[in-house]
Design a protein around this ligand. Structure first.
Ligand SMILES: [Zn+2]
Length: 416
């Protein structure tokens, strides 16, 4: 068969040749000189190690001490004096003249310092938007979750997250049996096809003989993220076990004890956590401040009322958290005060009570209630979201798959 000789193609081809001849110049001696004189931009990516400084790194590629000082004159230049081991810098220079430094404090945040025509450095912050991929992995337990998880290529972060999700329902030290099965869907972030970070687990399933547990990550309309069973029940405890980082328990929960101040036998239905003066005190659950002020014995004290008719009490405070008032809503983990020894106290400590229906219970041993479940108004949206993720868990075999639009809507809300 003859190749077609389309006249239009011939015309186009001639035009192209003609324009190329206009662009290319004859290879004269002068042109050759220009080419050899043309300066080459050099670029190096350096992973920062312990003991590296911006001076040592830049001088190593031939940049002068004075140039580094000029670079640090930029108001944001102090970032470069605090470079962290494990992070990266990318340096560009021409003939020992520094053109640009990019400092990646995380794989997704870059500080750019560029040399301008005006002969000084300018700063610009660059936020990188990674592409999100959903990954599904199946783990069959041989002896431990960590060993079996590593075998299918999961990193420590994902495995620790997985343990946290099921922490309230599985005892990882005793409950796991050979051939128990986990299935998870989680996010990975990529920049230019290179994995830069691991995101959250979006759904997880645990299967053991006759028992199946499902967990789905959901971000509520007010921005709280958490893991829920498929019927919308939270899998996370609603309370922190302890409100303060303490050095030791100076008085436990007891019905009889010799009171150190009054010298009489009195019950102590609370826990006393000895801690240095002004150690921050956290409220243990979401709730409302029902009292804040001074009371005899308690000193500076805060009462917080929670759902399930629970009240927590924080006493002997040195001072209160900033701008706290009666009636104010507080969130689990918020700092509400600082350890002190106001009221009847012989040394700095936090006196902490956990009351149900007004009766003090031992905060160390009581079974803590779960966090709030999904509200009725949000239930349809939750069920829709959960259904979608569960099909990802069951429907497709291990591997990567595209983000469904509806899943993306929820999953891109980063953990708060
Ligand atoms: Zn006490």
């Amino acid at each position: 068969m003859n190749k077609s000789t389309n006249p239009i193609q011939i015309i186009l081809y001639s035009l192209l040749l003609f324009s190329l001849s206009l662009l290319s110049q004859p290879l004269t001696v002068k042109n050759l000189e220009n080419i050899t004189k043309r300066k080459i931009i050099q670029k190096k990516t350096i992973c920062i190690k312990q003991g590296d400084t911006i001076f040592s790194l830049l001088q190593h590629v031939g940049i002068s001490y004075n140039t580094v000082q000029d670079l640090l004159k930029v108001p944001q230049g102090n970032q470069l004096t605090k470079i962290k081991p494990g992070s990266f810098i990318v340096v560009k220079w021409i003939d020992s003249k520094l053109q640009e430094v990019r400092y990646y404090s995380t794989p997704l945040t870059c500080s750019l310092f560029a040399y301008t025509d005006k002969k000084h450095f300018v700063y610009r912050k660059i936020e990188l938007t990674p592409a999100t991929r959903l990954i599904k992995k199946n783990i069959t337990i041989e002896n431990s979750l960590f060993v079996s998880g590593k075998k299918v290529g999961l990193d420590d972060k994902v495995l620790l997250d997985l343990m946290k999700i099921f922490d309230s329902c599985i005892n990882f030290a005793f409950d796991l049996r050979r051939n128990d099965f986990f299935s998870i869907v989680y996010e990975e972030y990529y920049i230019k096809n290179k994995k830069v970070a691991t995101g959250s687990i979006l759904a997880a399933r645990f299967k053991s003989k006759g028992r199946t547990l499902n967990a789905v990550r959901y971000v509520t309309k007010n921005g709280q993220s958490g893991y829920y069973s498929t019927d919308g029940q939270s899998l996370e405890p609603g309370f922190l076990r302890t409100p303060v980082e303490y050095s030791h328990i100076s008085s436990g929960f007891t019905d009889k004890r010799l009171h150190p101040v009054f010298g009489i036998i009195k019950p102590h239905r609370a826990i006393d956590y000895a801690a240095p003066m002004n150690t921050p005190v956290k409220v243990t659950g979401n709730g409302t401040i029902s009292f804040i002020g001074y009371q005899r014995g308690y000193g500076k004290v805060i009462f917080v009322s929670h759902s399930h008719k629970i009240t927590t009490v924080y006493a002997h405070l040195n001072r209160y958290g900033a701008q706290l008032k009666q009636g104010m809503h507080v969130k689990r983990g918020d700092i509400i005060g600082y350890v002190g020894m106001t009221g009847s106290a012989t040394g700095p400590h936090l006196h902490y009570e956990f009351r149900i229906n007004g009766v003090q219970k031992n905060p160390l041993t009581i079974k803590l209630p779960y966090a709030e479940k999904i509200s009725t108004q949000e239930m349809p949206s939750f069920l829709n979201h959960s259904q979608l993720l569960l099909t990802k868990l069951t429907g497709e075999s291990a591997g990567q798959f595209a983000l469904n639009e509806q899943t993306r809507q929820y999953s891109t809300d980063k953990k708060t």
